[in-house]
Structure formats: C-alpha cells, structure tokens
Design a protein around this ligand. Sequence first.
Ligand code: NAG
Ligand code: NAG
Ligand code: NAG
Ligand code: NAG
Ligand code: NAG
Ligand code: NAG
Ligand code: NAG
Length: 476
Amino acid sequence: MTAIMSTMRAATVVAFAATAVAAPPAHSALCNAKTAPIQIRLAYAGDHGMAVSWNTNEQLANPTVYFGKDSRKLNRFASSQVSTTYPTSATWNNHVVIKGLEPDTTYYYQPQCGNQTYTFKTPRPAGEHVEFNFAMVGDMGTFGPDGLSTTVGKGASNPLLPGQLTTIQSLTDFQNSYEFIWHVGDLAYADAWLKEETSGYVTPLNETDGGAEYDKILNDFYGEIEVLSSTRPYMVAAGNHEANCDNGSNLDICPPGQLNFTGYRAHWNMPSAESGGVENFWYSFDYGPVHFVTFNTETDYPNAADEPGGEGDEDAGPFAPSGTQIAWLKKDLASVDRKKTPWVVAAGHRPWYVSTTKCVECQAAFEPILYQYGVDLVLSGHKHFYERHAAVWNGTAEEINADPTYPWYIVNGAGGHYDGLDTPATPYVSTSRKVISAYGWSLFTVHNSTHLTTQFVASGNNTVLDTATLVKKRKY
Ligand SMILES: *[C@@H]1O[C@H](CO)[C@@H](O)[C@H](O)[C@H]1NC(C)=O
Ligand SMILES: *[C@@H]1O[C@H](CO)[C@@H](O)[C@H](O)[C@H]1NC(C)=O
Ligand SMILES: *[C@@H]1O[C@H](CO)[C@@H](O)[C@H](O)[C@H]1NC(C)=O
Ligand SMILES: *[C@@H]1O[C@H](CO)[C@@H](O)[C@H](O)[C@H]1NC(C)=O
Ligand SMILES: *[C@@H]1O[C@H](CO)[C@@H](O)[C@H](O)[C@H]1NC(C)=O
Ligand SMILES: *[C@@H]1O[C@H](CO)[C@@H](O)[C@H](O)[C@H]1NC(C)=O
Ligand SMILES: CC(=O)N[C@H]1CO[C@H](CO)[C@@H](O)[C@@H]1O
C-alpha cells in the first residue's frame, strides 16, 4: 500500500504541446476492452491546469489524455506514469494533470482508448470578479440496487419514493447551472455493504469478507457520477465512510485495501501539489472571487475524530507529521489576498453547529482558525439533513443579512444513500435558522464581492426549498 501510494505521488506528470501525437486516441493496437476508460473524473489543478483521472481494468504504462480547443482536433496530449491499484480493487486508477492551459477556457478531451470526446472548462483566475455558481453535496452514496432505491432492507428507512429523482439525476438536470461540484465527504458508502447484506437488501457475494461487495458498490458509484465528474470538476473532502470497510467498528473484517482511506487516496487527485496541501485530504483552490479550502475532519489534528476516544475511532491516518494540517490551514488562510478573492469558503466533513451530536474535537481544532482569518462560509455534511445556521463564533450568532464578522455555517449531508435520513434533535440549537429533512444538494451563487446566495434543491423534484443570502460590507 505505502509503496503504491508513494509511487503515485512521486510520479512525474508531463504535458506535451505535441504536434505529432504519439498514438491515435482510439482504435490503437494498445487498446482493448480492459484499457477502455471508465469512471472519468476531473479536478481543478490551478488556474492553468486540469487533473483528469479515470479507471481501467488493467494497468496503463503511460496514462495519456488527448485534448485541444477544437472538438475535431485533439492535437495535444499529456501523460503520466500514474496507474495504481490496491488489494480488492478490480480496477486501476489513472491520473494525468494537464498543465499550461488558458484560464476560463473550454477544452475537448479524451482519455486514451476512449470512444467519446468530453469537455472541461478551466477556472476563472483569482481576481476576476464575475458572478458564478457552484454546487455542493454531502453524504451521497450509490443509487440503485446496491444503494439507495425505492426499496430498503429490514431496519432501514427513507427509500426513494416512486418517481423521485436521485441526487445524481437532479445534479445532472442542473449541470449547466454550476461550474463545479464540491462533495464534502462520504462518497459511495461502500462501507454500507455489511448493513445491506445483513438487512437482506443485497445477496452476499462472499460470506467470508466484504472485499467483493465493497468494490462493487465503489465501482457502481464512480460509474454513476461519471455523467457529472467527466464534465465538471468534482472536488472532494474526506468523510468517515471513506476510512474503512465497515464505517468505524470491527475493523477485523476489513481486508487489506479497505482500511485507512485506501480507495479515497487512490481514486482522486485534488490540487494539494498546487496549494501545499496533502493528497486529497487538505488543499485549496481559487475560482474568480473565491478562495476555496478543503480541510480534513477525520485525521491529522489534535484528538482527531479517527483516534480512539474521538468521534469516529477509525484507526486511520495520520497522513502527515503532527501539526501539519493545522499549520497549513493557518498559512493558507493568512496568504489569501482578499482584494483578489474577497470570499473565503471552507469545507470539512463533520459539523460542530448542528442540531444533533456535534464534533467537539473538530470545533476545538478548526473553529478559532476559521474565525480568526475571516472565513465567510463553512460547509459540512455528515448529518443526513439540511441545516442552515446563522453566522457564528463560539456559540454567538450574527444574522447573515447584516454584515456578519463571523463565519456562516451550512450543514448539508442530505445527498442520499442506503442509510436514509437522520432526525435532527429538537429543539434545534439556537444558531439554527432552517432545517429540511429531504434528499437534496446546495447551489451557491457568488453574485459579486458582497452578496452570496445559497439554495437548497430537493433532489426528488428539483424544487428549491430554501434560499438565503449572505451580505457583507467589504473594505476592499
Ligand atoms: C464506449 O466505451 C464505453 C466504456 O468502455 C462503453 O461502455 C460503451 O459501450 C462504448 N460505446 C461505444 C459506442 O463503443
Ligand atoms: C471470499 O474471499 C476470500 C478472501 O478474499 C477468498 O479467499 C474466498 O475464496 C472468497 N470466497 C468466495 C466464495 O468467493
Ligand atoms: C495510514 O496511512 C498512512 C500513509 O501511508 C500511514 O502513515 C499511517 O500510519 C496509516 N495508518 C494506519 C492506522 O495504518
Ligand atoms: C467561548 O465561550 C465560552 C462561554 O460559552 C467562554 O467561556 C470562552 O472563554 C469563549 N472562548 C473564546 C475563545 O472566546
Ligand atoms: C451584488 O449582487 C446583489 C445580488 O445580485 C445585488 O443586489 C447588488 O446590487 C450587487 N452589488 C453591486 C455593487 O453590484
Ligand atoms: C418537492 O419535494 C419536497 C421534498 O420531498 C416536498 O417537500 C415538496 O412538497 C415537493 N414539491 C412539489 C412541488 O412537489
Ligand atoms: C457495521 C457497522 O459498524 N455499522 C455501523 C455504521 O455506522 C452506523 C452509524 O453511522 C452504525 O449505526 C452502524 O452500527
């Protein structure tokens, strides 16, 4: 495992402004059913880059992406040596970072051995103040026979109602309304395999370990989100359901490859290299007027949730020497030029302002920093409902329409997965302003440097059930 991952990180990524393309994108002698790209995923990689990741059923020697500004002429390519797998995975994860792109520009691309051309758009550079939207979703698993569907097993609840759209379908319907998706932890819920088997929802593939069922759910998920992730950057944060194969307890049943965030580390290629962060755990990126920061509520901070006695006890991490994440977060936030990016938006999986059990360790570690550096908005998931709060610092609320100096908190872990929805505790905490128990996702509109609006979209019928706008007076 360690060897696989260090190879992945150390691998050089080369981009060629090629005139002569080494191999044609399709119909190459090197292509076969096992090298066909599946589960294509994009991620931002700086103002001038784009990370393209995809899976194959065999290892690729030099994963290659062909691209260009003309759909009929993919006359450039970029390659890497990053094609990795791990125990129990049936597929290989291929990662290429394309560099030297123009900002705010649409490109056509195709991973090697593909049969279809896709598009991506590079971000607007920091400082370009234009209105734009982004989507946020939390705690979204596989839909269909291995995940959330119109039926559930014994003891489970909140199936989809007949005719209801899934959150993936709803996000797809709105795809032209946002630039990227931010999935703030808990992807796939492959670790629900045991619950799905014991509740009689799925038939065990293998009674002695979860390897096969876990990998099946994971592959379902990455296949299902491809409609989104192949055309919009899909930015991710680590959640507890990425940690191991059984969501927190009895790790003895987890085969190698399903512990310690293995699948999550292998699948994604977040811009930590571009932002001084660590893997897919903590990193930042800019889009026009916003500096976005992803932090890790699972591991790598004092009394982290993964540790025995922490909220999660995941026996995972650390992924860097003690103190690294917190020092990085302070440095990253301190270096923001608010004239360029007046907005700073941060996301981490576990909430501390929420009307149910909160992550006290996360609050102790992160809240003072987010407040001190003037973060405008903090997003989290983990709890399976939507709860919009006031702007808050240390329990004291300020209203969002009156130039708050505290960060605004929104919890949305309502993406939907086999486990259904959670019930918030009443009375709601004093900072709570709106609670919705329905599957859904959030659309954010950054209007200009003073106004930022959120909308909660109920996935089932594409209806907006909540709208709120943060209004800031800026001195810059
Ligand atoms: C294109 O490739 C995908 C992935 O391998 C495959 O599912 C699909 O059937 C192919 N389509 C055509 C038209 O060949
Ligand atoms: C179940 O998985 C174990 C461990 O991977 C393997 O040894 C065994 O052969 C599998 N059994 C079946 C019935 O597939
Ligand atoms: C998880 O993986 C990291 C990186 O390889 C390693 O440093 C750490 O010790 C692992 N944690 C556990 C509990 O195995
Ligand atoms: C936070 O509020 C508590 C009282 O609720 C107070 O004891 C504590 O000193 C406050 N912390 C800071 C950093 O202001
Ligand atoms: C910023 O956007 C809001 C919402 O669209 C609008 O009401 C406001 O007038 C805008 N401010 C400026 C300075 O354009
Ligand atoms: C849409 O779905 C939400 C959540 O299930 C529900 O509350 C609302 O009434 C529905 N709206 C319409 C117009 O059907
Ligand atoms: C098998 C297992 O450990 N399942 C647990 C998954 O997590 C939920 C809470 O999120 C527990 O209730 C289950 O027991």
